[in-house]
Design a binder for this molecule. Sequence first.
Ligand SMILES: NC(=O)c1ccc[n+]([C@@H]2O[C@H](COP(=O)([O-])OP(=O)(O)OC[C@H]3O[C@@H](n4cnc5c(N)ncnc54)[C@H](O)[C@@H]3O)[C@@H](O)[C@H]2O)c1
Length: 350
Amino acid sequence: MDLLQNNNIHIISDLRLVSKTIISEGYSQVYVLIDEHTNEYCLPLLQDALVDEEVYFFYLEVPAGEASKDLSTCASLWESLSEYHADRKTLLLNLGGGMITDLGGFVASLYKRGIDFYNIPTSLLAMVDASVGGKCGIDFAGFKNQIGVFNTAKHTFVFPTFLQTLPGIEFWSGMAEMYKHALIMDRDHWNTLKDLERQQIDAELLEHSITIKARFVESDPLEKGDRKKLNFGHTIGHAVESYFLENKKAIPHGIAIALGMVCEANISVQKNILTLDDYDEIEECIKSKYEFPKIASSDFEQLLDFMQQDKKNENNAINFTLLTGIGSSIINQTATNEQIVESLRYFFSK
Ligand SMILES: NC(=O)c1ccc[n+]([C@@H]2O[C@H](COP(=O)([O-])OP(=O)(O)OC[C@H]3O[C@@H](n4cnc5c(N)ncnc54)[C@H](O)[C@@H]3O)[C@@H](O)[C@H]2O)c1
């Protein structure tokens, strides 16, 4: 709990804490960044909580979906802030999923060399992962998160009630990151999560997952070492996400990561560092929860191309975090193209 408080991450049951914090920190203007879904489902709850408070908000809306996490959207947001004469004492409130917190954090970090931003994550994925840890950025030239900065939100307010309106597929997308936190370092957390249904995910479990992420971030803010464990599932996952984005059939981030985790667990088995029993348990849990889109084997080369471009690579080798067990992981691993293709072939053969 102290860890979260020290990092200004607040798990709240009353949104009035947001306006109280804004008032106490004395901003000249407050902008709320939303997409059309968080405008419809989440903004009214925030507005209700602000009725008695003396904060006036401006609203900046972007279309929902990963395609908005791009340079042209940034340019139009910077134009709006400039037109409204937003000064350096302006606050940007990012009310949305990971697309909004990544985009808003990036826009705030560069506007006038940096204005404050708060994250108010509204998707499960953003609550347990994207809104924590200071990675802000946009997709560029067809690659995920190609341009970005490390910059931490002044505050992050996690209000679990927002999850009530989250579509099912987006909920399970967020669960993938919770599974990841468990798989890389906490077998007990995995044992708790693996059989749970949606309605059983509560504030306590969210706090547990956020704490795992926050611990990695605190010990290694710039991802030079152990924080790379959080990249488990993301080497293949990001390639899969970029592949579908390029083909204009974007899939939720966590679905791509779930697929990536199973494949990267398979590579761990091929390298004899994970037992087949542990692999089977992971595969069975994840395949029972998700429906994955097909990728033809003729397109595996294209996935390898995306992996070659991954910013996590070092010395021209594709870099992985792999599992050494359920609840333990190892960073800076490599795999041959054959091992990667074999993991994909096995995944799609069943
Ligand atoms: N910065 C990081 O450390 C980090 C970590 C993981 C993922 N990410 C990024 O996060 C993004 C994915 O985040 P996401 O899955 O939240 O995607 P998202 O922001 O696109 O949200 C998914 C969908 O859910 C809708 N939505 C959000 N909250 C809602 C609510 N309460 N009720 C109804 N609808 C709601 C959104 O409008 C959107 O349509 C990706 O861009 C990924 O790269 C960043």
